[in-house]
Design a protein around this ligand. Structure first.
Ligand code: KG4
Ligand code: ZN
Length: 339
C-alpha cells in the first residue's frame, strides 16, 4: 500500500498508564518533538502504578506537556492537521484524561480527531525515523501486553499468540519487587542480571498445550517467589543477580522461541520488537543471535519502546490516511482489542 501525505502534522497524545506524553510528528514518521513526563517517582513508593494517582497526575501535566511539545517542534496549534489520542487499552481514568483533552482540542480548533489502540501504537514505533514497512512479525511485550502479531500490511493484523495470564513486563515488575529492586522492575532486573549467572537456578516457563504460540508467565513468577521463600526458610543466601539472570533467561527464551516459530510459520523475512520489554538487552541480543541470517531483526530505539506519544501520532496518521476518523463520541476502553 502506498500511503503518504506531505507536510502533514499530527499531534499525538498518550496517557494510558504512567507517562503523560505529547508529540509532534511530520508526515507520520519524522519526530519534531516527543515530550514525555514520567510519573515513576510518584508511583515508586507504592511499588507499582496507583490508578487514581496516575489520573490526577495526567490532569495536572497534560496542558504543560502539550505546550512544551509544540514549542520544541516550533509550531503552534494552527499548524496541526490531525489530533491522535490513545483510547485503550490502559487504565480507564488515565485514558479518560487524554481522550477528553484531545476531544476538547479537536472541537475548539476544528481539527480532525483519531482514536488509536495503544498496542498498535507500540507496533508503529518501528516506523518512526525509518522507512520500515510491512509485512513483518512483531513481538509486542510491555507491562500490560504480550502479543505475537503478524503485521500483513498497515492496519492488517493477525494475533498469533498472547499471554494467558501475566504480561511479560508484569512478571519483570513483580519479580523485581520480590527481590527488593524497586519499580519499574524491568530495567532493574536487566541491570542486575548483567552481573549474575543465568544458569544458577532453573526457572522453567510453562509450555502451553493447544495454543502453542501463547505465553504464560504467572508460573515462573510463582517459582521465583517459592525459591525466595525456601532460601529464607533454610537460612541460605539469595544472590539477587543470579535470581535476576536466571529469571530473565527463562522469560527471554520463551519469548524468542515462540517468536521464531511464528516467523517461520508466516515465512516472513523480518521480525520487529515493540513495547517496554523490547528495551531488554538480553531479549534484543538473544533474538538477534538466534535469528541469525534467517531473519532481519528490527528494534525501535529505547525511548520509543516504552510509552510515548510519537508512536500514537504515527499510528494515527496511517489510520487517518486509511480513511478512519473519530468524532466527539470517542470513548476510552480499558480492554480495547487490536481489532
Ligand atoms: O510499554 P510500556 O512503557 O508500558 C505499557 O504499555 O505497559 O512498558 C512498561 C514495561 C514495564 O513492565 C517495565 O518493567 C518493562 O516495560 N521494561 C523492561 C525494560 N524496560 C522497561 N522490561 C525488561 N527489561 C527492560 N530493560
Ligand atoms: Zn505501552
Amino acid at each position: 500500500m502506498s500511503l503518504k501525505k506531505e507536510n502533514f502534522i499530527t499531534l499525538g497524545i498518550e496517557t494510558s498508564c504512567d507517562e503523560t506524553s505529547v508529540s509532534v510528528v511530520k508526515d507520520g514518521r519524522k519526530i519534531l518533538s516527543n515530550t514525555i513526563f514520567s510519573q515513576i517517582k510518584q508511583h515508586a513508593k507504592f511499588g507499582g502504578v496507583v490508578p487514581e494517582i496516575a489520573s490526577r497526575q495526567h490532569l495536572e501535566a497534560i496542558s504543560h506537556v502539550t505546550q512544551q511539545a509544540l514549542e520544541e517542534a516550533s509550531i503552534d496549534f494552527d499548524d496541526v492537521d490531525l489530533i491522535a489520542v490513545t483510547n485503550g487499552p490502559g487504565l480507564i481514568g488515565a485514558l479518560l484524561v487524554g481522550v477528553s483533552y484531545a476531544k476538547g482540542l479537536a472541537y475548539a480548533l476544528n481539527k480532525p480527531l483519531i482514536g488509536v489502540n495503544h498496542i498498535e501504537g507500540h507496533i508503529f514505533a518501528n516506523f518512526l525515523e525509518s522507512d520500515f514497512a510491512p509485512p513483518f512479525l512483531c513481538l509486542v511485550v510491555s507491562g500490560g501486553h504480550s502479543h505475537l502479531v503478524y503485521v500483513k500490511d498497515f492496519g492488517k493484523y493477525e494475533v498469533m499468540g498472547q499471554t494467558v495470564d501475566d504480561a511479560a513486563g508484569e512478571a519483570f515488575d513483580k519479580v523485581a519487587r520480590a527481590l527488593g529492586l524497586g519499580y519499574p522492575g524491568g530495567p532493574l532486573i536487566d541491570k542486575a542480571a548483567r552481573h549474575g549467572n543465568d544458569s544458577a537456578i532453573s526457572f522453567p516457563v510453562a509450555h502451553l498445550k493447544g495454543g502453542e504460540l501463547n505465553f504464560s508467565f504467572s508460573g515462573i513468577k510463582t517459582a521465583v517467589l517459592n525459591y525466595l521463600n525456601r532460601q529464607r526458610q533454610k537460612g541460605e543466601p539469595i544472590v539477587v543477580e543470579d535470581v535476576a539472570a536466571s529469571f530473565q533467561k527463562a522469560v527471554v527464551d520463551a519469548l524468542v522461541e515462540n517468536t521464531l516459530k511464528a516467523a517461520k510459520m508466516k515465512n516472513v523475512k523480518t521480525i520487529a520488537l515493540a513495547g517496554g520489554v523490547a528495551a531488554n538487552s538480553r531479549l534484543r541480543q538473544e533474538l538477534a543471535n538466534r535469528a541469525g541470517r534467517d531473519f532481519h531483526v528490527k528494534f525501535p530505539p529505547l525511548i520509543l519502546c516504552t510509552d510515548n506519544a510519537a508512536m500514537i501520532a504515527c499510528a494515527g496518521y496511517y489510520r487517518y490516511l486509511m480513511g478512519n476518523k473519530s468524532d466527539m463520541t470517542l470513548t476510552p476502553y480499558a480492554n480495547l482489542k487490536l481489532f
